[in-house]
Structures are given as structure tokens and as C-alpha cells.
Design a protein around this ligand. Structure first.
Ligand code: VG1
Ligand code: CO
Length: 549
């Protein structure tokens, strides 16, 4: 039997709980004891609530394949063994997408799991790495847990690790690590089987047989193997429908971020001659999605609303939705569908962890975020490929194009013009001051006119969880205008360099004649109002946002 080493360590900067887990430059994670400190802090917090210990518990581990993934997994396996876990399930080659981790945790009734990823952030030796813990329902750790872990990182004095070589996880198999049984599992199988239960695979196969086509850009990240198995092997999409299908440690040098800027190869294909019916992309860890028709971009907020409208075409949702939920900065398009369906609509702070209780409690079946995140109660993470399959199922049953479906939706509910402006890597003190000044100005705003627009309401979003009553305050500054238009300011919780200011704009337009207009033009008065109110360019010295989506 291998012995357990207790390694002396010091408290470290464990990062205040952000939108999801711990994200830092690889260089930070490569410092001795850094990852181990975080992992031990999580184990210590969990152990305090688990008097019976971990001996009959299963842990799931996997990541998006980025640089440092295998090394981190090796350390976690040895540490899980040192804590006395009964069993660890690890994806072969260290691969498991974020939704697949959630799926595997739920299917195998695991105690929890670690996801190694920095999501859509670039990978490689000088780029980003990340780690987050998911609980036994497969959901990202709730704030209460992440705060306890953060507190623990400030007092930790040692971590426990098995004195052994990290085993090879390249091929499927089972072996012992101390008293812990390690199983190297197929990262795709459980997830693909779940998708086959939710969606009408026969109908989608027939749609492809009839000559319809998809282009799916895996962006050299984790979804490649999942998309090839599900879209090409099981559903019969033409070979080559999945682009950039091999997960690379540096994602080929790209941002694995499915938006119009970073997925430009796909965008060009969808705008060109002979474009396929559906274009889609996912991010580093497979939880995001972008949906495109021929020369047609579906905003994530609209995608959520259209899915809510048509979800019952899919067998897994044929009984109807119990409710829907969206993050606060996501547009109100889905609210209108919920109203028409006579189901509740919840508004939560940014970050998928806030949907966990609503899904567990059966209050909502469908959730979404404006940041290219959509998902349902099938797992407890947002799920990129799930959204693509939902769209395929809708297209196959409705027999309309992507553009026709969205335009029919606008005709029925109105079109919510929507855009997000990101100001990345601005000095933290400037960003903090900007937000503090906005908060100070809030009470005086209603009744004022900014850039010619009358303000009717302004607040700092606070959320009370309807299930456990926990309160999350200061989740973003909202300013409402006379015609129902809205803008929101918040700081990112996932950036790894300085601060990222996100400003969100939306306006519902019923007039059909205006539905073809350009989004930035339709929202230009709001964009001017944001500058007048917050002085972003003035304070940062920049002349435009880093990314507009
Ligand atoms: C961003 C998005 C948020 C999303 C989060 C994690 O957070 O805005 O909607 O849940 O990323 O997504 P922030 O705090 O930077 O705005 V992922 O795909 O990076 O796990
Ligand atoms: Co992600």
C-alpha cells in the first residue's frame, strides 16, 4: 500500500468566488502546491460536511484537454486517493466536457466532480487554466460552498497526496490507486446516450437523409469527439460536418469562444454560397453554443426564446416546460414566451450555479444566458451540443429554415434587439471606481434624462433564491428607460487580466417594418446614454469596446 504524504503549504490567493471556479494563467497553476492547495481546500470543506467520510463515494474528474490538463488530473487522482475516496471516474485522455461531467455525476450517482477548464479562454503555456467543483446533482458549487473554499484557502497549512506515480489515463481500464478504484471511462458514451433519450434521433436522421446539412465548429476544443459521435456517427450527418474536431492543447492558437468574432471560419461558411442549413459552434469545455442560419445570426437570447416556444417537439420535453429561467442580463424575449405559455419565468444573477436550485426543485425546465449558454434539467450545466440537437429537432419537425423560425417568432412576440459590449483588461481600480460611481448615482436617476432618453427605473440587481432563501446582492446595475429599453453594467467574474466591464443593451420592437434593421443602429441611443452616464471611454482612454456581440 502506498503511503499518504502530508505536504506543508501556506495560505494562498485563492481568488474570491467569481462566476465559475478558479481561473488563472497557466503560470500561476504551475507554481508548486497551487492546484493542490485549491483541491485540498475543496476536500476540507466537503469533509467537514461529510461525517461518514469518502470511502463509499465516487468522484468524477475530467477536463477540456487544454495545456496542463493531464498534469492537474494526475495530482487530483493522487489526492482523491489520499482522502480515501472509494472510486474515481476519469475521462480517457483526461477528456470530459462540462455538461458530460454533470451527466456522468448524475448517472453514476457520484458525490461530485472536478472540471479542469478555463472555458472559452485561450489555452497553452502562456494562456489560461481553471478548475471548478460540481456537487452531487452535477451543478457548479453554490456560492455558500465557493465562499467556504475561498475562506479555507486563506488558512490551509497542508495537503494530502498519495506517494505514487500518476497512472496513465490514455486508454479505457480499471486500476487501484491506494485504496481507491480508478476507472478510465469513455468520455462520450453516457452523454450521447442521454441525448438519444431527449431528442427524436429518427426524425433528425430522416432530415439529414433528405439532404439537409449542418456545419459544427468544435474550435479544436472538447466537443469534437462528442459532435463526431452524435452528429456524424449516430445521426448520419455527412462526414466532415464537424470542423476542427480534434481537441488541441492550445485550441490551435484560437479563442475557443463561439461568437461572431472568434468563430469567423464558421461565420464565413454560413455567409457564403452553398451554406448548410444550420451552423453551430461550441466553446472550450462544451457548455456554450452559437446558432447560425444561412446568412443569419440567432442571438443567444432569441435562441432561448425560440427553444421555449418549440421545445415540445422534442420527446424529452413533450410534456411541456415547468418554467423557464434566464440570467438578469439576458434579454426579455423568453419572458414573453413564458407568459404566452402561462409558465413562470425566473430572473437570476449571471452564472449557471444560480439555476441549480430551480432545476433541482422542478421550478424550471429550461435555462439560458445571453453569453451563448442554453440548457435544461437534463443536467445541471449549460450544454452546447444539447442546444444544437434541440435546434436540429425543431428544424426537422417544423420543416422551416432557421431564419423563418426566428422571423415567425419576432412576428408573434416582437423582436428584442440585443447587444453586449465588453471592455476587457481595463485597470481594476478604474473599473471599480466606474461601478462605485454608478451605484452612487443610482437613486437620483429615475426622472432624469440621459442622452435624450427618460430614465424610469434604476437599481443594483439582488436575487433571493426562491428555494433556499439565500440572497446574492450587487449583481449588476440596471437602468430602465421609458420605452422599456434597458441597459445593464456589471464586471466579469471570469476574466484573468485586470477587469472586464460588460455593458448590455436591449429594446423590444413590435413594428415589423423595423425588424430588418441593424442592431447597433437600433440601440445607438442607448449606447450613447451608457457613455454619458458612465464615461467609459473617458475613464479608460479607449475609443471602442474590445468585443461586441
Ligand atoms: C461569463 C458569462 C456568464 C457565464 C460565465 C461562465 O461570466 O457572462 O454568463 O455563465 O462566463 O461561462 P462573466 O462573469 O465573465 O460575465 V463558461 O462557458 O466561461 O463556463
Ligand atoms: Co464554457
Amino acid at each position: 500500500m502506498r503511503s499518504v504524504l502530508s505536504v506543508a503549504t501556506k495560505p494562498f490567493d485563492g481568488q474570491k468566488p467569481g462566476t465559475s471556479g478558479l481561473r488563472k494563467k497557466v503560470k500561476v497553476f504551475e507554481q508548486p502546491h497551487y492546484l493542490e492547495n485549491f483541491v485540498q481546500s475543496v476536500f476540507d470543506v466537503l469533509r467537514a460536511e461529510t461525517p461518514e467520510g469518502f470511502a463509499d463515494k465516487t468522484l468524477v474528474v475530467g477536463g477540456d484537454g487544454r495545456y496542463h490538463n493531464r498534469q492537474a488530473i494526475g495530482a487530483i487522482l493522487k489526492m482523491a486517493a489520499a482522502q480515501g475516496f472509494g472510486r474515481v471516474l476519469v475521462g480517457a485522455k483526461g477528456i470530459l466536457s462540462t455538461p458530460a461531467v454533470s451527466c456522468v455525476i448524475r448517472k453514476h450517482k457520484a458525490f461530485g466532480g472536478f472540471v479542469l477548464s478555463a472555458s472559452h479562454n485561450p489555452g497553452g503555456p502562456s494562456e489560461d487554466f481553471g478548475i471548478k467543483y460540481n456537487n452531487g446533482s452535477g451543478a457548479p458549487a453554490p456560492e455558500k460552498l465557493t465562499e467556504a473554499v475561498f475562506a479555507r484557502t486563506g488558512t490551509i497549512a497542508e495537503y494530502r497526496i498519495l506517494d505514487a506515480e500518476a497512472p496513465s489515463i490514455e486508454a479505457l481500464g480499471k486500476f487501484q490507486l491506494g485504496a481507491t478504484a480508478v476507472e478510465v471511462i469513455d468520455p462520450v458514451a453516457d452523454y450521447a446516450d442521454l441525448m438519444a433519450q431527449l431528442f427524436d434521433f429518427a426524425r433528425i436522421q430522416a432530415w439529414f437523409k433528405a439532404g439537409h446539412r449542418i456545419a459544427f465548429d468544435a474550435m479544436s476544443a472538447v466537443t469534437g469527439p462528442y459532435a463526431v459521435e452524435i452528429l456524424e456517427n449516430r445521426l448520419g450527418a455527412a462526414k466532415g460536418s464537424v470542423m476542427n474536431e480534434v481537441p488541441l492543447e492550445d485550441f490551435g492558437g484560437h479563442h475557443p469562444d463561439p461568437n461572431l468574432v472568434h468563430a469567423h471560419e464558421l461565420v464565413e461558411l454560413m455567409n457564403g454560397q452553398n451554406a448548410p442549413d444550420l451552423g453551430a459552434a461550441s466553446d472550450g469545455d462544451g457548455d456554450r453554443n452559437m446558432i447560425l442560419g444561412r446568412r443569419f445570426f440567432v442571438t443567444p437570447s432569441d435562441s432561448l426564446a425560440v427553444i421555449a416556444e418549440h421545445a415540445t417537439v422534442a420527446p424529452g420535453y413533450a410534456q411541456g416546460l415547468k418554467g423557464v429561467a434566464r440570467s438578469m442580463p439576458t434579454s426579455g424575449a423568453v419572458d414573453l414566451v413564458a407568459k404566452a405559455l402561462n409558465i413562470p419565468c425566473f430572473e437570476t444573477p449571471t452564472g449557471w450555479k444560480f439555476f441549480g436550485n430551480l432545476l433541482d426543485d422542478g421550478k424550471a425546465s429550461l435555462c439560458g444566458e445571453e453569453s451563448f449558454g442554453t440548457g435544461s434539467d437534463h443536467v445541471r450545466e449549460k450544454d452546447g451540443l444539447w442546444a444544437v440537437l434541440m435546434w436540429l429537432n425543431i428544424l426537422a419537425v417544423r420543416g422551416q429554415s432557421v431564419a423563418q423560425l426566428v422571423e415567425a417568432h419576432w412576428k408573434r412576440f416582437g423582436r428584442t434587439f440585443y447587444t453586449r459590449h465588453d471592455w476587457e483588461a481595463i485597470p481594476t481600480d478604474i473599473a471599480d471606481k466606474l461601478m462605485a460611481d454608478l451605484r452612487t448615482a443610482l437613486p437620483g436617476l429615475p426622472g432624469k434624462t440621459i442622452a435624450g432618453l427618460p430614465v424610469t427605473g434604476a437599481d443594483d440587481f439582488a436575487y433571493t433564491d426562491p428555494v433556499d432563501g439565500s440572497v446574492s446582492a450587487k449583481q449588476g446595475v440596471r437602468v430602465l428607460f421609458g420605452d422599456g429599453a434597458r441597459m445593464v453594467f456589471r464586471l466579469s467574474g471570469t476574466g484573468t487580466e485586470g477587469a472586464t466591464l460588460r455593458v448590455y443593451f436591449e429594446r423590444l420592437v413590435a413594428d415589423l417594418g423595423k425588424h430588418g434593421a441593424d442592431t447597433q443602429v437600433m440601440l445607438s441611443d442607448l449606447i450613447a446614454a451608457a457613455e454619458e452616464l458612465a464615461g467609459i471611454m473617458l475613464r479608460t482612454g479607449r475609443d471602442k469596446p474590445t468585443v461586441i456581440t
